[in-house]
Design a protein around this ligand. Structure first.
Ligand code: SF4
Length: 300
């Protein structure tokens, strides 16, 4: 069963029998209006990871007022909301609880993706359907090699607290980087010992901007099915490109701009919240299938 379907079934179980027909109705209205089904929201540019070599962008925080301004003029509000960081982590956003409230009021499914540092009691009370907690290594040594310090115990504690609340679906993801490319077995053992029902490994992505951990020397090139090869510091994609991973989503960045794609800062964006901006951003959906941006070259 794929991750999206699992999330839908889990939300249906928790939100009651009427949730599924309401979700189907929302998706039909979105289709009719020519709108994508989801919105990816970057609540802040701040990060608690502190990975060596990462150059964080200037701090910016999305406010609930800006999110609500965008939602109030959407032709049809998105069915799903995913709070995630680009070079950042949602748990560092001062307004995250208010953002989650606004998203929950307007949508059918709210998820938060985080590196699991700084979880507090307010976060545990947010109306979230699904938490995705990612770790860059499953041993203290590999985790430290990516993050520069071993905060793995804090991440494990955050997953336990989320799971203990029984209010959310919790998924744990191992992101494979060079230092952790041999960690899959250790991660499986950890998942068994912790009783995680949803856990899996993904590969870290190359970031040509050089802002974050996804630089050439950190890519997991030594595993079967590696996405990239690196020769003399130059990265090329090993696997053929799949469909655009942002298909079906628009992206609202921490500066309040609506974008068709979360990668790169050079692509098209709309800064004024209006129905026309939504429609113009949504019309880019067909173009994305042709992978037109410079960043598409690196996208899996
Ligand atoms: S970089 Fe290109 S392929 Fe990747 S999500 Fe953006 S538009 Fe899609």
């Amino acid at each position: 069963m794929n991750r999206t379907l699992r999330a839908f079934l889990s939300a249906w179980g928790r939100r009651g029998p009427l949730w599924a027909p309401r979700m189907a109705g929302r998706i039909m209205r979105l289709r009719k209006a020519g709108m994508p089904r989801g919105l990816l929201v970057e609540p802040t540019t701040r990060c608690s990871g502190g990975c060596p070599g990462c150059v964080p962008p200037a701090p910016r925080d999305l406010t609930a007022e800006v999110l609500e301004r965008w939602l109030s003029c959407a032709p049809v509000p998105p069915a799903t909301f995913a709070f995630a960081g680009k070079h950042s982590d949602p748990l560092c956003a001062p307004d995250l609880p208010a953002l989650a409230e606004a998203a929950s009021r307007m949508s059918m499914l709210v998820s938060v993706s985080t590196i699991g540092l700084g979880l507090n009691a307010r976060h545990l009370r947010m109306p979230v359907d699904r938490w995705i907690v990612s770790m860059p290594g499953a041993t203290g040594r590999s985790y430290s090699a990516v993050r520069g310090g071993d905060s793995l115990p804090e991440v494990l504690d955050a997953v336990r607290r989320l799971a203990a609340s029984r209010s959310f679906q919790v998924e744990v993801v191992l992101t494979l980087w060079r230092p952790s490319e041999g960690d899959v077995e250790a991660f499986r053992d950890m998942a068994r010992a912790e009783g995680w029902r949803q856990a899996g490994a993904v590969q870290g992505l190359y970031d040509p901007s050089g802002f974050d951990v996804g630089r050439p020397g950190m890519l997991a090139t030594g595993i079967p099915g590696a996405l990239y090869r690196v020769e003399r510091g130059t990265v090329s994609r090993r696997a053929p490109a799949g469909p655009c991973p942002a298909s079906g989503y628009l992206f609202l960045d921490a500066g309040g701009a609506l974008r068709p794609c979360l990668f790169g800062d050079s692509g098209p964006c709309w800064r004024d919240a209006s129905r026309q901006s939504w429609l113009e951003a949504a019309s880019f959906e067909r173009t994305k299938a042709g992978r037109p941006l410079p960043e598409c070259e690196w996208c899996p």
